[in-house]
Design a protein around this ligand. Sequence first.
Ligand code: ATP
Length: 592
Amino acid sequence: MALSSRSSVRKSSSKDSTSNEGLIEEQIVKPSGEVTIRRYSKGKFLGKGGFARVYELTSLETRKVYAGKVVVKASLTKSRAKQKLMSEIKIHRSLRHTNIVSFEHFFEDNENVYILLELCPNQTMSELLRRRKRLTELEVQCYSIQIISALKYLHAKKVIHRDLKIGNLFISEKMEIKLGDFGLASKLEYDGQMRKTICGTPNYIAPEILDGKEGHSYEVDIWSFGVILYTLLIGKPPFETNDVKKTYNLIKMNAYSFPDSVRISEQARSLITRILRTEPSRRPNLDEILEHDFFHMGHSIPQFLPISTLAVPPSDKYIKQFLPSSMGTQQQPTTDTAPLKLSRNTLTLTSPRDMAASLRPKTHGTRNSVENTQRTLSPKVTEVASIKAKNEPQTQNIWVKKWVDYSSKYGLGYILSNGCAGVYFNDSCKIIIEPNSTQFYYVERTTDRRDIIFSYSLDNYPKSLHKKVALLQHFKNYLETEGDSPVAQELHFSNENPPPYVKKWMRTKRAILFRLSNKIVQVSFQDQTEVILSSEEKVVTYVNKKAERITIPLAEALESTHGEMAKRLKYTRDILNYMMNGQVNGGTGSPT
Ligand SMILES: Nc1ncnc2c1ncn2[C@@H]1O[C@H](COP(=O)(O)OP(=O)(O)OP(=O)(O)O)[C@@H](O)[C@H]1O
């Protein structure tokens, strides 16, 4: 098969064309007969779809990094598969828009077809939703405007995407939405032309595609956009069942409802209801969607969201910046995000201003390298914490003070700065006990990745937990050393308000990362430096090699690109991304 006439390619020395190593060579034969070779090194595996494996490919010439889709030609024996790939390339390469994954280049060799795409390092909205469960309305407004912008461009070029779903909405480094995967896209020859092919992804497929009688057109993308809106706000698709046939029946009957358990605005509900209409002509068009009240709720909409929202919802403080002064503070945005003021007919950009000075007390004291895996806490902060804790349990300003990695057998034991001791067991269950108390909390993970918390007293708890409780006490005794006695405080935690605990952790050659249930991310490096990131309060505390610490707003920290702290912040981000890919729950790994 020849997909490309202008280049012939000699493949890498690597035997397995989809292995994780190797050099890919593109041989370009010019009309003059002169041969040049472009080389790409094959890096990290990014994911696989129905017929492609995707890797980071770095051009050795320009050092530019791409997402390289590698399609094994042997998998294209069926003419339909070949057709699909050729159509994907033909349509995708003709598109150029900020909210569409850029098609950079393609070539082939004897074994594979290589498609070089713009790299979107923050994965897709599917992984985002898996981590976050559901998004806030402000986020959905921000993402929706970008999706609509991509769709307006596509439809103006007579292209219907036909497979719009959260898994095809990529997130760029700058947190922009990039619509990708044009494998099912169709280009109409004239407006009014109807397509008949049955295609799409079950949960997102429009009823007229299932019906198949009249054919379908641009409205199928509008339908799928409505499904996306519902999914992002509610946390699961409106017609989801565990049986495709049942899902199709629900779609045909337009049978979906809004669960009582999730609160969404009247405006959001109204827009979804207006879009998810069986009759395609009754759905609003893209301009009408932008005109809808959901996008005119009296506040401005950020142009991009902060990177922290990949893991945690935007804080109230962040959201308040977009409210009119009568509803929130007059404070300006704290991130590099310029808010979009969406008035009925225009999109205007207002420039961001720097955040006011730092927000809270920062230090967590001098370090003491017991072993390179253990740290201690300054008495000063202990005092502050203990005074406050008399009235309310402290959930912020808490970090891992000491730990011991015994994951070769049982798990990770640790002591937090509030004196609580905990264990992250190898089976992903967690246990945490308050200082000077017999009350402990046991955290189990459900299959849909929610934590369920049980509280027990050491005097009375299930037999099945005996071994775990014994291990907790063992770790606790080991870590609590003289001169480092538990914090004397009453923490007043309860089942509804459990103490923070280590939710995930990961160790690499250079560092250990903890993600706490209070949304603190802590990375302690081998060289004794430390990054503590509070996404809730949008601040970063950095401890340098001399154990000096600074705490600065996250936005400011992300702006600096040089120096010790910037490097470690970048590492923190990489390792966090790696962890959030779902590849690691607890244990060792490497982000590179
Ligand atoms: N531009 C990109 N940047 C980063 N990762 C990407 C990019 N494109 C694809 N990936 C990763 O590769 C995976 C597979 O890609 P994609 O879904 O496009 O393959 P496919 O075989 O065309 O899939 P499908 O079966 O949906 O047609 C994605 O889920 C994603 O993890």
